[in-house]
Write a protein that binds this ligand. Structure first.
Ligand SMILES: [Zn+2]
Length: 120
């Protein structure tokens, strides 16, 4: 007899390797290949840009948002509190008002991201 458990409730559910939830309940960030993106697999780049005379700090390289992944708004919230400035989600990832590049690089490194400063 083969496939004893196939189709039965004993069939093993597919479990996310990161959070231990079933895939239906999992909200971990995933890349295009469907693999979970841990912080160590998200090469964060932090750069400064001038926007109409004001500096903003742009963070790119974070896992993209998707219908199952929504970590960026939470991350933005914690970063805004950390730097004490406003910010928003952007096409690149997120950006914060003012120059916080070096501080954010250190912060992301502590969180386990291979973060680097980029640009000027
Ligand atoms: Zn997960």
């Amino acid at each position: 007899m083969s496939g004893l458990f196939a189709g039965s409730p004993l069939e093993r559910p597919i479990i996310c390797e990161r959070c231990g939830q079933s895939h239906a309940a999992c909200a971990c960030p995933r890349g295009r290949d469907g693999k979970v993106l841990d912080p160590k697999n998200q090469p964060v780049r932090v750069r400064r840009e001038r926007r109409g005379g004001k500096m903003v700090t742009v963070v790119s390289g974070l896992a993209p948002r998707s219908d199952r992944t929504d970590e960026l708004p939470q991350l933005l919230k914690s970063l805004k509190a950390r730097v004490g400035a406003g910010g928003s989600l952007s096409q690149d990832g997120l950006e914060l008002q003012g120059d916080h590049r070096d501080m954010l690089v250190e912060h992301f490194k502590k969180l386990g991201y291979p973060a680097k400063a980029a640009g000027g």
